[in-house]
Ligand binder design. Structure first.
Ligand SMILES: *Cc1c(COP(=O)(O)O)cnc(C)c1O
Length: 377
């Protein structure tokens, strides 16, 4: 069985994890990451969502409306709510998965504090449209959510640099990983200072227990993707035995992980450094695989192929299947596990229904019909 995703982990990461800690492991990871993303600052967090929450605070936003996609990872509105702000959802653009920036002015009010522009599945945000929003509403902060895209480019411009700051997720399912973890990047010295201060105030340092748990997690994940072992894991997952580990949200509640205020461990940072060095290789392989799927799936008439966009980094190769179950079953028989990432539309989840003031037809349709093909090595 070819797994729906596969982290690019080798012995190198295991060795890095087992290396004795050095006091500036996290700072070295931040520097390496900032350089790779061509930003002046990178600030490490235990999760991307923790970074987003404290970023909104560092921007001085409280009691404000924060505009974000209806079709994104549910941890994004969780972080908005935890920062004391209110999420305002916007539907996807027609023919693409990103938030429709043309709909953003309709929901802007005098209380709008920020817009979270997400390059979902690695598709770059339309920076031309975003620029005109920035010109029209210069007081509204722009946050790039690059958890899926990392250094995606719109007409040659890096998306992460087009705004006040960018957030990244680094868990095991992302393009590169530090086991768990997240980053915020920015070119703004003052904002970076504020965010660092806030982080040092609010986060506890990582305990030895946390490092140990992360190490055990890495040691369990590393062989899990070997063929024979993945077969067993796959069957366990299908039988629902792994739900506790795989399912990261509950429809009914807005919450954060227990350890969301415990800093990134040095162990995770060392793994992150190795992964950052691999970034170019990993992304070019994903782009190549995306193009291969695009060629190979041309004659499949039960799915609609995604747009192929210059500058996209393809965290996922996402197709639309009206009969999703049947398509997944068909590929399972061929030994390929398809994923269904974001199989929910946030404003229709119970926890967020009170924020739903209208319908989100595209996001709703995608939540019921998208499947993604594996891009791992
Ligand atoms: C993964 C992800 C994040 C951050 O997730 P964490 O698990 O908190 O690191 C943010 N936005 C999107 C779209 C994501 O997929």
């Amino acid at each position: 069985m070819i797994p729906r995703f596969k982290p690019d982990l080798d012995l190198q990461e295991i060795i890095a994890a087992l290396t004795p800690p050095h006091k500036d492991d996290v700072e070295r990871f931040e520097q390496a990451f900032a350089e790779k993303m061509e930003q002046r600052h990178a600030i490490a967090f235990p999760y991307g969502r923790t970074g987003l929450m404290l970023l909104l605070e560092a921007m001085g936003l409280k009691g404000k409306e924060v505009i974000c996609p209806a079709y994104t990872c549910v941890v994004v509105p969780h972080a908005i709510v935890f920062s004391g702000n209110t999420p305002v959802f916007v539907d996807c653009e027609e023919g693409g998965f990103n938030m429709d920036l043309n709909l953003v002015p309709e929901v802007i009010t005098s209380n709008t504090g920020a817009i979270i522009a997400t390059s979902i599945f690695g598709y770059p945000v339309d920076l031309d449209k975003l620029d005109s929003l920035r010109n029209k509403y210069p007081h509204i902060k722009i946050i790039q959510d690059c958890a899926h895209s990392f250094a995606a480019k719109w007409k040659g411009r890096h998306v992460q640099k087009a705004g006040d700051a960018a957030i990244f997720g680094l868990n095991i399912s992302k393009i590169i990983t530090s086991i768990f973890g997240g980053m915020v990047t920015t070119d703004n010295d003052e904002l970076a200072d504020k965010l660092r201060r806030l982080r040092n105030e609010r986060l506890k340092s990582a305990s030895l227990m946390k490092s140990l748990r992360r190490l055990l997690y890495l040691l369990a994940v590393y062989p899990a993707f070997w063929k024979p072992i993945y077969g067993i894991i796959y069957r366990m997952e299908r039988a629902g035995l792994l739900n506790k580990f795989v399912k990261y949200y509950n429809e009914n509640i807005i919450d954060m992980p227990k350890d969301y205020l415990q800093a990134m461990s040095k162990l995770e940072a060392r793994v992150g450094i190795v992964q950052t060095q691999k970034y170019d290789k990993v992304v070019s392989m994903r782009i190549q695989k995306a193009f291969e799927w695009y060629e190979n799936l041309q004659n499949e008439n039960d799915i609609k192929l995604p747009p192929m966009v210059d500058g996209a980094t393809y965290s996922h190769f996402v197709c639309i299947a009206n009969d999703r179950k049947a398509v997944m079953e068909k590929w399972r028989k061929k030994g390929i596990q398809l994923g269904q990432i974001i199989e929910y539309c946030i404003p229709y989840m119970k926890a967020y229904s009170k924020y739903r003031v209208k319908e989100f037809p595209f996001a709703l349709k995608y939540s019921n019909t998208t499947v993604n093909f594996p891009l791992g090595k």
